[in-house]
Structures are given as C-alpha cells and as structure tokens.
Design a protein around this ligand. Structure first.
Ligand code: KG4
Ligand code: ZN
Length: 342
C-alpha cells in the first residue's frame, strides 16, 4: 500500500510517500519546502505569509514527491494530512489538498494529529514498529511527557505550563540578538561557553508531577542581560549565557523524563521534536538512560523538525488499525493529543 502524506501546520510545506510492503515502511519520497528564510526577516512565523506560501508550494511539492517516487497519482492508495494543532490558515492548505486528492481518486483519507506524528517519529526506522514507551516531545510549540501504551492509546503525564522548550530557545535567542530560530543558534554559541557560569532557575523540578515551566528561566535570562548591559558586558558574556541557559533546559527535561520512566516502569524512552536536534540534550539523555539501563530512541534529526514522513508513518499505523477520517472533518488548530482516543 502506498500512502501520500502532507504536513503544513506551520511554516514548512512537506509531502512524503511511504510504502508499507516492508517493516519499517519504505520512504519513497520526502520533500520539504521550508519558509524559514522568509520568516527570519520578521523574527518569527507570520501566519498570513505562511499560508500564502503553502498555497504556492503545495502543487509543485506534490508533483516533486510523485516524480521522485516514480509514481503517478493514480498509484496512491491512501491520502493523509495534518489536521491540527497548528495555524488554521496553514493547516487548511495541506489538509484540503489531501482531501481533494482523496475525493477525486475515491481513496481513503486520514486527518493526523501533528503531535502524534512527532510522538511516533522515533520509530519510523524501527523494524519492530512502535513499542510501549515513555515519549518526550520537545518541539517549538509543545513540551510533553506521554505514556504510550500502543498506537492511538496515550496518557499525557505532563506538559509545559507556559513556554515550550523550543519556544524558550527561540525567545531567548531573540533576546540575545540571534537569528530565528534561536535553538540551533544558541547551540552554536553555547559550544564555547561555560554552562556553570550562570545558575538559571529550573522550575518545578522538585514538585511531584511531570509538568514543565520555562518562562521563569526566560525572565531570569532577560534580567541578567539587563544587568550586563549597564556595564557593556553583554557581547563577551553571550557564550556563557547561552551555555548556562541550554544547561537549565536540558537538566529540566532529563530529570523529569528519568523520574517519569522510573515511576511508570517503562523501559524505553523515545524523544522527538525539533529540540532533540540539540546535541547537548541528546548526550545528556543518553548518559542518563545508560546509567539506568533504559533503552533510548532518539528521533533522527531529519524527522525531528516538521516533516511529512512522521505524518505518513502515523497514518500507516492508524490505517492498519482500521481508522480513516470523514472528508468534512474540520482542521483543529487546538487539537490535543488527548483527543486522539483509541
Ligand atoms: O518540532 P518543530 O519543527 O516545531 C514544532 O512543531 O513546533 O521544532 C522547531 C523548534 C524550534 O523552536 C527550534 O528552535 C528548535 O526546534 N530547535 C532546536 C535546535 N534545532 C531546532 N532547539 C535547540 N537546539 C537545536 N539544535
Ligand atoms: Zn512540529
């Protein structure tokens, strides 16, 4: 069975084609048109600019994916697209395109939760498929710990009460005068910094729940910068501030994740979302899991930031279980993983 999936929840227009004849499924095409350069100019994603560009990109990207997969549209058996959460004007472009193709071809359509796509993405290349695990999602819009019993059966253990981890990287990046998105830029300058120089707060660490909070950390960086500005020391301190901020985020994520694994008894930890591109986080999670004999599955960097392979992979899992979506099912910018019922 060949499945074509579209992702357009934010500022990437992405199309993937997967074939489930093998396990893991073969990725016949994976195309992404990124708008990062366009939005960098504004210091963040502008919804109107994003949806206009999705409209321009969607047809050529679908054509490119079919060409690279050496398939015609008639050879696609199932269509899927992200249906939320995200920017509604962006979601609508990819979602409507996939529904239109499904309608014209009289083939099934699946609307997929973007967060479920991230959650399952560490298993895209696993021959054994998705196993019960503790999922940590660290993306630009979300930070959450999820108990995954099986595909489509999830329990949210905790999430951020304010900023997502990626959002904190992006906002602190902006404060430091770095280009958007701040995550990779902070990682770059943190390499030459001293992570112990500033003792930034790690909120909620000692409370008995699995929620996160990064807004106090962000404010603490702001106050530190204001103080340094009085003596003209900001530029020379940037690497140390970046390294100390990064360490505070990494420590918060690692400590809560390990505690959740211990409490749930789950032996596999799987981590996804754009922030897992961060090598300091990858290394810290690996060391912590090795110490406790936990198996760690880190999503490949190419499937960590927004992409259509994760949407297609999730759609394949769900289609096998008998799921499909109605063509009149609306996109939902606030779709929650809790809505993804078994
Ligand atoms: O998963 P994603 O594409 O976004 C959402 O779906 O929300 O991830 C984008 C986020 C951005 O906030 C970006 O700054 C962050 O991932 N990110 C990083 C790194 N690479 C991307 N954060 C820290 N270090 C990185 N190397
Ligand atoms: Zn995402």
């Amino acid at each position: 069975m060949k499945l074509l999936a579209i992702e357009s929840s934010c500022d990437e227009t992405a199309v993937a084609i997967l074939d489930d004849a093998t396990s893991p499924p073969a990725i016949l095409a994976s195309e992404i048109s990124s708008q990062i350069e366009l939005h960098r100019h504004y210091g963040g994603v502008v919804p109107e600019v994003a949806s206009r560009n999705h409209t321009l990109n969607i047809r050529p990207i679908i054509d490119l994916a079919l060409t690279n997969a050496q398939l015609s549209i008639r050879e696609i058996d199932v269509f899927a697209a992200t249906s939320g959460p995200g920017l509604s004007s962006s979601l609508l472009i990819g979602n409507t395109a996939a529904k239109a193709l499904a309608l014209a071809a009289r083939k099934p359509f699946l609307g997929i939760n973007h967060m479920e796509g991230h959650l399952l993405s560490p298993f895209i290349d696993c021959p054994a498929g998705v196993v019960p695990h503790l999922g940590l999602i660290v993306s630009g819009g979300h930070t959450m710990l999820v108990k995954v019993n099986t595909v489509a059966d999830y329990e949210i253990l905790g999430k951020t009460r304010d900023d997502a981890a990626g959002e904190a990287f992006d906002k602190v990046g902006k404060m430091l005068g770095l280009p958007y998105p701040g995550g990779p830029e902070i990682e770059k300058i943190a390499k030459t910094g001293d992570s112990k120089k500033y003792n930034f707060p790690k909120a909620l660490l000692h409370e008995h729940h699995f929620d996160f909070s990064f807004s106090g950390l962000k404010t603490s960086v702001l106050y530190t910068l204001q103080k340094l500005a009085e003596t003209n020391e900001v530029a020379s301190e940037l690497p140390d501030i970046a390294a100390s901020f990064q360490k505070a985020v990494v420590d918060s994520l690692v400590i809560k994740t390990i505690r959740a694994a211990k409490e749930t008894g789950l032996k596999t930890v799987a981590v996804s979302g754009g922030v897992i591109c961060n090598q300091a986080l990858r290394d810290a999670l690996q060391a912590a899991c090795d110490k406790r004999n936990l198996e760690l599955k880190l999503c490949q960097p190419s499937f960590s930031t927004d992409n259509a392979v994760m949407i297609g992979f999730t759609a394949l899992q769900r289609f096998r279980l008998g799921y499909s979506s109605a063509l009149d099912e609306a996109v939902n910018p606030n779709l929650s993983l809790a809505d993804t019922k078994p």
